[in-house]
Design a protein around this ligand. Structure first.
Ligand SMILES: [Zn+2]
Length: 475
């Protein structure tokens, strides 16, 4: 057994067992079945809701029955990524675990330490007859990785907890006590194609770092769509024949490409050369790989009229991207931001998508109104959707303070309180379940969502010990 030399056998046995069960996001049937059977084997009450979340409840230790209920929460699904030469089948094969005594990885696949370690910590504590605690419950959510639909649709009536410890953070010394909420704004305008005239040119932005629009928006990296827009707006006249930039709503656009026609190629190329020098200077620190190229291409069959092309370019230039504001008392933490995520021209329309995040729900709404107004000014129709509420940092951090004290005792180090610009499940749960106080913690996991995902053994055992010892302290 790979864990026979590790200390916390119960923890690693639980981790080993769930690693044998397929649990890709939106395909959680097998792991759900396992948890339901596990609860009945251990004689514990188990509740489920319509969306598929599972809550397993363990009664209080003798004398602690009057204590408030505490939840230990983790998501059961995992991101499934493998190397090109791996024949692993995520729908049936167990994860093949590699452990060197200090770290745990998987053989050419993601490990699912995110968030299998959270599930394993919860199970090992629920099964621990020696642990002292009031009523506790393991909350196991589905589909965190592809939409958080488990947390969003949780049935609050299956949860008794007044306190919640979420185990999905990836840095041991950090405790999250708040996170952003998000929403999407999309815009569309109808287009008609006309004859293409002049010289065809391809405008291409590539080599940008991109990154996650929650955790990396503050790094001031380039947005490929905005760079193309900046170029178009310097041209005296042009027609857009094609335009595509960005990938997903939560990914900063790292590439964009447009085919345009211009009346004077030399003018267009010299404007490009000047802009290229500007960009190289501006992004030399934040995005040194940036490539801005304008080159010859084939004549397109058709293109948008000049006036419409200019209007679209004006819109792209005016629409915002990046950090909007920071938390006044924590200037290193982003409060409100927008990712100008995609821009695309197809047969009938030009469409754009924005992902807004904020620690304050009303600021998020106000920012969305601003973006919608700009869109409408330039002839787009707009729509806001998919709002998730912020987990606003509460001033009652007694729960977090207890954890800090305990963590100091166990590890000898002082943890940091954090407010994240990413969106955490426990933020959604805190807003769905009235009166719930939450913190998010977790052991060190590196390179999550990749085949290099690596979980620290010592860190996992420390976090498991912290959670176990935290339980009797909450009154
Ligand atoms: Zn996770």
């Amino acid at each position: 057994m790979w864990y026979s030399n590790l200390e916390n056998k119960a923890l690693w046995k639980a981790f080993d067992e769930i690693s044998r069960i397929p649990r890709a996001s939106k395909h959680e049937e097998a792991i759900r079945k396992y948890l339901i059977a596990w609860a009945s084997e251990h004689g514990l009450e188990c509740k489920t809701d319509k969306i598929g979340n599972i809550v397993i409840k363990a009664p209080a230790s003798k004398g602690l029955e009057k204590r408030p209920a505490i939840a230990i929460q983790a998501h059961v699904d995992m991101v499934c990524v493998k190397t090109a030469d791996s024949d692993h089948d995520f729908s049936k094969d167990p994860i093949s675990i590699i452990c060197d005594g200090k770290t745990i990885t998987a053989d050419r696949t993601t490990l699912g330490g995110d968030d299998g370690i959270g599930v394993a910590i919860a199970l090992s504590i629920l099964a621990d007859k020696e642990a002292k605690h009031g009523p506790i419950e393991g909350i196991f959510t589905v589909d965190e990785e592809t939409g958080m639909t488990g947390a969003i649709n949780i049935d609050p009536s299956i949860v008794d907890a007044k306190y919640l410890i979420n185990l999905d953070s990836e840095t041991e010394g950090e405790i999250a006590v708040g996170c952003a909420g998000g929403m999407e704004v999309s815009g569309k305008c109808r287009v008609k194609y006309d004859e293409a005239e002049g010289y065809p040119l391809k405008v291409r932005v590539s080599g940008l770092l991109g990154g996650h629009s929650g955790s990396e928006i503050h790094l001031e990296r380039g947005n490929a769509i905005k760079i193309v827009a900046r170029y178009l707006n310097r041209l005296p006249s042009f027609q857009i024949a094609s335009f595509t930039g960005g990938t997903l709503h939560n990914v900063i656009p790292f590439s964009a490409e447009a085919v345009i026609t211009v009346p004077d190629k030399d003018v267009a190329l010299s404007i490009a050369e000047n802009l290229r020098k500007e960009l190289e200077n501006e992004f030399r620190e934040s995005d040194p790989g940036l490539k801005f190229e304008v080159s010859d291409t084939e004549m397109p069959l058709q293109a948008l009229k000049r006036k419409k092309s200019q209007k679209i370019a004006d819109a792209l230039l005016s629409l915002p991207h990046g950090v909007r504001s920071r938390i006044p008392s924590m200037m290193d933490t982003v409060e409100t931001s927008v990712n100008f995520a995609t821009a695309r021209l197809d047969d009938k329309q030009f469409s754009v998508v924005f992902s807004i995040r904020s620690m304050i729900d009303s600021k998020k709404m106000a920012f969305a109104e601003e973006i919608e107004t700009i869109l409408e000014t330039y002839g787009f129709t707009s729509k806001a959707s998919g709002a998730s509420p912020a987990w606003e940092k509460s001033d009652d951090t007694e729960f977090a303070k207890q954890f800090i004290k305990l963590y100091k005792k166990i590890s000898g180090k002082t943890p940091q309180l954090k407010v994240l610009h990413g969106i955490l499940e426990c933020g959604i749960l805190a807003s769905r379940i009235p009166g719930l106080s939450a913190i998010s913690i977790g052991p060190d996991v590196k390179d999550v969502h990749s085949v290099n995902e690596t979980l620290s053994v010592a860190s996992s055992e420390r976090i498991a010990a912290c959670v176990r010892e935290m339980l009797p302290l909450i009154k």
